[in-house]
Design a protein around this ligand. Structure first.
Ligand code: ATP
Ligand code: MG
Length: 400
């Protein structure tokens, strides 16, 4: 087993909700998180070893030394680690022996490259029985604070510091850092089964997919090719956003499924009036449900949020859901568009979502906002859901 040596660079990784699970579940989830981290780092060509220990994971850069160049390398590694779902924070840290002098030396090293005049705080945590160390966390904060003041001329500001130095002391090792990258939290991917994601490539559905990944649920992305109503650019947008999502799940998301729905949409547009969008949504859910049953997914997920469009009012969602028996998850149900758009920018799907695409002309001029199931069913072709089910037989994978 890889162990931390004194004066090594290492990324100290904290996880959140896994920590409250029973010990057996926790052990398995931590192993899964470690595997996911390995896959994510390998996918990004970052050479490192991942080690699970205590209530932390450690990511060791390959062939590290304490040279300044390695500080850059470990920082890039920490940034990538913070992209992994299940991770709460990642700190590029210097590991040293759990002695006050060694900790102060490491703090001095970090302080020397801090721009003078900044405010700062030292936050220290010591884990273990009192007798394990002959100094307290408060002493580190006090002595570290005055040392950094004298090295940098910066002043202590505990409320809103420009820079926070963090020290974590565990057994015979202390970890000292001056940066922290926040992760998405959630649960390790692969611990919550899988869901078929209706992915349009617009702003919302990729974010809905990301939210599932964040809670540990694998996604099976499914795009309905709308034929003349969508077009090649529309499809390309779905592929590109799926590729961005794959970066968060490199070993668990390798294809986008595409269903050829052009004829079905054309027929709906010709034959159904104000409730046409609802019939299309019902057909989409049925295709997704059939794919879910084939690929052993437990649910269907969409990027809908309450009231965003006429097809997404409360009564209309009830009508569309009645087409299927698997649960339909809507991670964005209560989210505002601005907030979703901001998240799309953060996770990197926004640019592809806004690629100009051929206009969608499926929506009727006066869409129904308060539909009843009986009226929608009466207006749609009798064999609609049957046709949707058979579309699931002709889905084609696109490699990501
Ligand atoms: P998005 O909601 O993905 O940003 P949008 O706003 O253009 O795109 P909506 O009309 O809001 O699309 O569609 C509601 C939901 O229906 C989408 O979030 C997505 O889950 C699903 N959906 C729409 N079009 C398609 C499609 N062509 N293929 C797969 N799913 C789709
Ligand atoms: Mg939408």
């Amino acid at each position: 087993m890889n162990t931390v040596r004194s004066a090594d660079w290492v990324v100290l990784v904290a996880y959140g909700e896994i920590g409250v699970k029973s010990s057996g579940v926790r052990r398995e989830m931590v192993e899964t998180l470690a595997d996911n981290l390995r896959a994510l780092l390998a996918d990004r060509d970052l050479a490192a070893e991942v080690e699970a220990r205590w209530s932390r994971l450690f990511v060791h850069p390959a062939d590290s030394s304490t040279a300044p160049a390695d500080r850059e390398r470990v920082t890039r590694l920490a940034e990538a680690v913070a992209d992994c779902v299940g991770v709460v924070s990642a700190r590029p840290s210097l590991a040293c022996s759990a002695e006050l002098d060694a900790v102060l030396d490491a703090l001095r090293d970090f302080a020397r490259d801090a721009p003078a005049g900044d405010s700062f705080a030292v936050r220290a945590r010591r884990v273990g029985p009192d007798e394990a160390h002959d100094f307290s966390a408060r002493e580190i904060e006090r002595e570290g604070g005055s040392l950094i003041e004298s090295v940098t001329g910066a002043s202590v500001d505990l409320d809103d510091p420009d820079r926070t130095y963090r020290v974590e002391v565990r057994e015979d090792t202390a970890f000292v850092s001056a940066r922290e990258f926040s992760g998405p939290g959630g649960l390790p991917l692969g611990t919550q089964g899988k869901s078929v994601l209706l992915l349009s490539g617009g702003i919302d559905s990729p974010v809905a997919g990301y939210e599932l990944l964040r809670r540990g649920c694998e996604i099976v992305p499914l795009y309905l090719d709308l034929g003349d109503y969508g077009g090649p650019d529309h499809r390309a947008r779905a592929v590109e956003t799926a590729r961005v999502l794959r970066r968060y799940a490199p070993d668990r998301l390798d294809r986008l499924w595409v269903a050829p729905a052009g004829d079905l949409v054309a027929d709906l547009t010709d034959s159904v009036g104000d409730t046409r969008m609802l019939s299309l949504r019902r057909a989409m859910l049925v295709v997704a449900e059939s794919v879910a049953q084939r690929l052993e997914a437990h649910s269907v997920t969409t990027g809908e949020s309450l009231g965003q469009k006429s097809s997404q009012t409360g009564p209309n969602l009830a009508v569309t859901d009645a087409a299927v028996s698997l649960p339909v998850h809507r991670p964005l149900l209560t989210r505002d568009k601005n907030d979703v758009t901001e998240q799309a920018r953060r996770i990197g799907t926004f640019d592809d979502s806004t690629l100009p695409v051929g206009c969608e002309r499926v929506a009727p001029p006066h869409p129904e906002t308060n539909a009843t199931l009986a009226a929608v069913v009466a207006a749609e072709p009798e064999d609609l859901l049957e046709r949707a089910r058979s579309l699931a037989e002709s889905v084609e994978p696109v490699d990501l």
